[in-house]
Write a protein that binds this ligand. Structure first.
Ligand code: ZN
Length: 136
């Protein structure tokens, strides 16, 4: 096991637009060019109609906590110094889900249904992640 945070594969053409979007502050989702369904994470086929044609659209960055938990040791070595921390599944208002961290919550403080907003964060040089904070 490594003690560095896993990084996206820079040669993965399927996810490159997603990661490039984060670097400019956008959470990009694929939209099926045939039926219009928005999806995340990026994948080559539409689960609704099977089309390979797609475009990219940016989320408005608003959503709600769908589930939340507190991560305690043991974890991968790369995350050991960060525990305990709040991890959540957020449902964006566009209908897609993402696994993330809620940056302004103390462990255990997050609740299902909390409204959250995107805060793209460079957690290491060149590594941007779509994190969220609770809306006040
Ligand atoms: Zn489709």
């Amino acid at each position: 096991m490594t003690d560095t945070i896993p990084r996206p594969d820079p040669d993965d053409a399927e996810t490159a637009a997603f990661w490039a979007g984060l670097a400019v502050g956008e959470f990009r989702m694929q939209r099926c060019a045939s039926c219009g369904v928005v999806r995340h994470p990026p994948r080559p086929l539409c689960a609704e109609c099977g089309s390979e044609e797609r475009t990219w659209v940016a989320s408005a960055g608003q959503g709600e906590v769908w589930s939340a938990t507190v991560i305690h040791p043991p974890t991968l070595p790369a995350f050991a110094g960060r525990t305990p921390y709040e991890a959540a599944v957020v449902r964006l208002d566009e209908g897609v889900f993402t696994v993330t961290n809620i940056v302004d919550a103390q462990p255990g403080e997050c609740s299902v249904g909390d409204r959250v907003e995107l805060v793209v964060t460079e957690i290491e040089p060149g590594l941007w992640l779509p994190l969220f904070r609770r809306r006040r």
